[in-house]
Design a protein around this ligand. Sequence first.
Ligand code: TXE
Length: 487
Amino acid sequence: MNRVNSSTTLNFINGKYCDPVGDDWLENINPADGTLLGRIANSTEQDVENAVIAASNAQSNWSESTLEQRSRILTKIGDLIEKNLESLAIIESEDSGKPIDRARTIEIPRAASNFHFFANAITQFSSESHESVGQNAINFTLRQPLGVVGCISPWNLPLYLFTWKIAPALAAGNCVIAKPSELTPRTASMLGDLCNRAGLPVGVLNIVQGAGTGAGQAILEHEKIKAISFTGGTATGEHVARVVAPKFKKLSLELGGKNPNIIFADCNYERALETTIHSSFANQGQICLCGSRIFVESSVYEKFKADLVARASQLTVGHPSKTETTIGAMVSGDHYRKVLSYFDEIEPTEAAILCGGKPATVEGHAQGFYIEPTVIEVQHNQCRLNQEEIFGPVVTLMPFDNEEEVIAMANDVKYGLSATIWTKDLDRTMRLSKKIECGVIWINTWLMRDLRTPFGGMKNSGVGREGGLEALRFFTEPKNICIAFEN
Ligand code: TXE
C-alpha cells in the first residue's frame, strides 16, 4: 500500500495525500515502548477549508449517484480492508498499544463489516408515506443527503469507530470531512488509499489529521459542514455541543460510560465470570462499554471476588505485537498517568485494591505504558472510583442484596451508556431492563453487536443513536412532501 511513508501521516484531501498548509507536525509515539513512530500532520482551519472545498465540489455528483453505484464502491472498500487486514492490524496495534490479536480478529474485521453493512443497508433504506384519508392527499418523506458532514472519532477503537461513522455518511450520499484521533492516525490515513483503489470519487472522503483543538475545532465551526458525528470523552462532547448548537448543525454524540455489570446468584456462574474478565479488561479497559462497576449478589459475592481476582491476576500483560498478550499498553503517557493517579488517591476507608493497582513491568519495554489489571473493592457507589470514567484496566466490586438496591446503584451515576445483567430469571431481566437508565442492555452476554440495532447512550453518555437505519436517518434530512389529488 502506498498510503503514507512509515514516518509521516499526511492529510488526504481531494483524493491526494498532502502536507498540512501550516507545515506543523505532531509526534506519533509508540505506547508499547515510548519510541517515536513518526510525525503527523497537525492541520488548521486552512486544511479544513481545503477539505470542504473538495467535498463541496464532489457533493452533487455523489448525492446523485445511484444507490447501486454507492453500494458497489462501499463494498469494494470493505473488501480492500479485508485484503489488507494484516498490515492494518499491525499499524493499529502499534499506534494504540492494543494487542495485535484484538486488532486482527475483532477491530479491523469490524471496520470492513461497517462498509459491507452500510453498502447493503442503503439499498434497503425506505421512507414513510401517509395517505391523508378524506383530504385527498398523500404525504411522503423524502430523505435527502445533508451535504458535507463532519466525523470526529477517538483513539480507543480507531478504524472501527472511524468507519462506523464514515460508512453510513457516505452511503447516504454525503461527502465527509473526517478527523481521527491524533493519537491513532495511521489506519485512518491508510483508508484514503483504499478508497481511491475502490473507485470512490475524489473529494467524497477527506481525512484531516491533527489535534482536536485545531483541526477538530475547525470542523465544528465550519459553516458549510452541516452535521457533526462525534465519539469521544464526555468533557469534549460537552464542548462540541456548545460550539455546534448555536450553528444549528445536526449533532450525534457518543460519549463515555460507567457501566454496571450486575451478577445475580442464579446466573450461569462460569459464563458470567469468563465474560466479566473480558468486559473488564478488553482493550486495557479502554472501551466505553466496559462493565467497570461490578455488582454481585451477596450470597455469591465472596466466591466471585476470589475467582475474579485469581483470573485477573493470570492475564498476560505484554508487548502488543505478541499473540499471547491479553493486556497491551495504554494509549498514551498522559492517559497512563491519568489512570494511575486514581490509585494514588484511594481513601482506605472507601476502597481496597484486591489486585493490580500499579504499573506493570514488561521486560525490555521499560518506557511502555503498561498497567496491571486491577480489581478494587469499594464501600459505596458514591465514591470517585464508581462515579468517574477511569477508562483503564480497572474495575470496582460491590455486593448487593436485592433488585431495588442494585437498580438504584446502577442508575446513581451521571452516565447511561450500557449495562450487563447476569441471571436466568426472565421476569427479572425485563424488570431491570425497563428500569436501568442506559442505551444498551446485554443479558447474559457483553458487547454482542448486531449492526442493525440502535446504538448510543442516555444522560451524559450522549445524544442520539447511530447504527443501522438510525445512522442513515441521522445522515439524511427528512422532507415532508404533500401531494393533493383530485378525485
Ligand atoms: O478524548 P477526546 P481524550 C473518554 C475517556 C478518556 C477521556 C478523554 O474517559 O479518558 O474521554 O479522552 C477530538 N473539537 N473517552 O481526551 O478529547 C480529538 O482530537 C473537536 C471515551 O483522548 O474526547 C479526538 O479525535 N474535536 C471515548 C476526539 O475528539 C476535538 C473514547 C476524541 O478525543 C476537540 C475516547 C475539539 N475542541 C475517550 N478536542 C468513547 N466514548 O468511547 C478533542 N477533539
